[in-house]
Write a protein that binds this ligand. Sequence first.
Ligand code: SF4
Ligand code: ZN
Ligand code: ZN
Length: 312
Amino acid sequence: MQDNKCRCGREPFYFRRQSGEVLCKRCFSKGIERIVYKTVKREKLFSPEDRIMIALSGGKDSIALAHILSKIEKSYGTDVFAVTIDEGVRGYREEGVAIASDVASRLQIEHHVFTFKEAYGYTLEEICEIAKMKGIQLLGCSFCGILRRRLINRLALKLGATKVATGHNLDDEAQTFLINVFRGDVERIGRSRTKPLVAREGFIPRVKPLRYVPEKEIAIYVYAKGYPLYQRECPYVRFSLRDEIRDVLNRVEENHPGTKHSIVNVSDSLSKLLEERLVSSKIERCKVCGDPSSRKVCRTCEVFSLLGLHES
Ligand code: SF4
Ligand code: ZN
Ligand code: ZN
């Protein structure tokens, strides 16, 4: 932290290395809100008629998202509510669910909690145990991501949402770009945006208002707003490719500030170049469950058949 004051004359609170700015708590918080507001405006993420479902895990990103969106969107009269998914990871998820409930009541927004167990008949822990017994090499995060995506879309449909807002931040998006490069998945690089390029029948559009806000600044914003920081780490995260990439990216960013922004800018440019290919890619219905999918059998049904399980 540098010694000089914020441009408004107040005491310093945060030093932004990339730009060299010294900011007081107020200017820092307003600056974060401005980045999100500008993203929402520029990308036309919402309209006043929307009913926005916030995926509120209780982690810092989703808290910042809920706080800022309820502030921006309520001023337009847009309907905002939150959903928390309890995947069923003992010792990890309970705290997040409790924090999410507190945040929703502080913001006075409607809040629903749903579990994997209710939706699928199994907790994530049970699924990972079965996978281990069967010698299946998929990681907890892969199961979790696939099952959560499907559940969120189904809940959005059921609860009448017209948009789903998620707390993906700049770090997540830079990591996702590198994961897609490592996997050679050009289509997914193209699809990584603040909102889907085209509306697809059966999918409620998922939007990412925090795509340009660094993770560290979100944590500081949440702290500055007086919310609790959820410190527990999911036991499955340590085995993921994302975790390895996160460490590497943090090291590079430390020595070369601005790297994460550059990666997301490259991702945006490539996505524009790929537009034609994305618009023409087809969406079908899964042959097993009937949900919309870009494949003949959706990833959720594929996972259940791999594990030899049936959805309850
Ligand atoms: Fe799910 Fe992985 Fe997140 Fe844990 S770290 S909640 S397994 S996506
Ligand atoms: Zn200031
Ligand atoms: Zn299916």
